[in-house]
Design a protein. Structure first.
Length: 176
């Protein structure tokens, strides 16, 4: 299992940016220790296991329970998930209503919920209640243009094909 030195991380978040503001966000969430607990890639196709299917269910649930959220492209890999989340204004159109509190939750709360609920469900199946499923933090990027959005969508769709070259791929052994 790989360990990460959390004490020397530098935040890449935009200073003074409101991450609950309407916009598009690219996120990457890694499993704890980059363990391949979500499935495997077979013949260039990602095959989700039970854990990966739970993560996918919880990812999709995000847009159902939060009417101001739209999900775009995503991919669940053996040890991480990439996805695009769009946060809209609370009033997202006719027939939709904001949460009873009227509060708009930010990206941090959205990711926290995904990580919490998927961890609870997976740990219950594995009988490992309380064990970490996810790395403490996650990567995010505010998407600033349509060109950047399309580039990220392409990156997500090609991610399975790039797995052989990933540093987190446990089968990626250096040549001797």
């Amino acid at each position: 299992m790989k360990t990460v030195d959390q004490h020397h991380r530098r935040s890449i978040r935009l200073k003074e940016y409101d991450y609950s503001a309407p916009g598009k966000y690219f996120v990457t969430i890694c499993t704890y220790g980059h363990e391949c607990t979500l499935g495997e890639i077979v013949d260039g196709v990602m095959r989700l296991n039970k854990n990966g299917k739970i993560v996918e269910e919880e990812w999709l649930q995000t847009a159902i329970i939060r009417p101001n959220i739209q999900l775009d492209s995503y991919i669940i890999m053996p040890n991480h998930i990439h996805g695009i989340i769009r946060i809209n204004d609370i009033d997202v159109g006719a027939g939709s209503e904001p949460a009873p509190t009227g509060k708009r939750h930010g990206l941090t709360e959205i990711i926290r919920q995904l990580k919490t609920y998927s961890s609870l469900r997976i740990n219950k199946i594995r009988n490992t209640i309380g064990n970490p499923m996810w790395q403490r933090n996650y990567y995010d990027r505010v998407i600033r243009s349509d060109k950047e959005l399309n580039n990220i969508r392409e990156y997500i769709s090609d991610n399975v094909l790039q797995w052989a070259f990933e540093n987190d791929n446990p089968d990626d052994f250096p040549l001797l």
